[in-house]
Write a protein that binds this ligand. Structure first.
Ligand SMILES: [Zn+2]
Length: 254
């Protein structure tokens, strides 16, 4: 459990997931502004009349009062900041919001560290999805920014192999090198993925632009498909690599 000064304190949190715990309780997995990822018990949350129950559904942005229990935080008060109701009413939105939460859940661990910027990215992304923005854009922008926060910012301006500046032509992408590979280097390398000059343009744009600027992008369906499968492949690769890293497993166990 992260060290905190007080026995009871408030956190801003998004509920990533919950599971049944004991007879009437729920175990919440949270992403908080103040402590990063954290877990807490909501006692009696499964009772029908529980006043806490509605506040602790997944996707919900809540303000929680937590108390230090014997070996876990206990929720003593819960207030909804934003329930993002529209995310629950539309199956497509629900699945994308779940993806957003799951990515963060899988790549974060309970280290008790404040991360306001990442928390802000999460709540901004859920708000954008809930307010009928272009789903493709919201999710790709989130992925690109999440990679930054996780320390996996892909190299998109110089070749990740020879370091030369990337020219405006179709390129390759290497998950293991973490970036774009120029056509010259690509001849001698394996496990590369094609990335068209158009797709690369949008990925670069998302990497260095504000959301307001990025949201003016109007990529073709081909570019959308290519960017999506490239990012998903990269996240899958990173997740498998991290899971096989002893240091990562140690962090999770702590
Ligand atoms: Zn190169």
């Amino acid at each position: 459990m992260p060290e905190t000064k007080f026995r009871s304190f408030r956190v801003d949190a998004v509920v990533l997931r919950h599971s049944d715990y004991g007879e009437a309780d729920r175990l919440l997995t949270l992403y908080t502004r103040q402590l990063g990822k954290a877990r807490a018990i909501a006692k009696g949350a499964r009772k029908i009349a529980s006043r806490k129950a509605g506040h602790i559904e997944p996707f919900t942005h809540v303000r929680l009062q937590l108390a230090k229990g014997r070996d876990m935080f206990v929720v003593t008060q819960a207030d909804t900041v934003d329930a993002y109701l529209s995310l629950r009413e539309d199956l497509i939105l629900t699945s994308h919001a779940s993806y957003v939460l799951e990515l963060l859940d899988r790549f974060s661990y309970e280290d008790g560290t404040e991360n306001s910027a990442l928390f802000r990215l999460l709540t901004d992304t859920l708000s954008r999805l809930a307010s009928n923005s272009d789903i493709w854009l919201v999710v790709r922008y989130y992925e690109m920014r999440l990679l930054d926060h996780l320390g996996f910012r892909p190299q998109l301006f110089e070749c990740a192999n020879c370091g030369r500046q990337i020219r405006p032509e179709d390129q390759f992408f290497s998950f293991s090198a973490g970036g774009v590979i120029c056509p010259r280097c690509a001849q001698g390398l394996k496990h590369l993925h094609n990335v068209s000059v158009e797709t690369l343009k949008y990925l670069r744009h998302f990497q260095r632009s504000s959301y307001a600027d990025a949201s003016r992008a109007r990529p073709t369906p081909e570019v959308q498909g290519e960017a999506e499968s490239l990012m998903q492949g990269y996240f899958t690769y990173l997740l498998e690599r991290e899971l096989n890293t002893p240091g990562f497993l140690k962090k999770i166990r702590e």
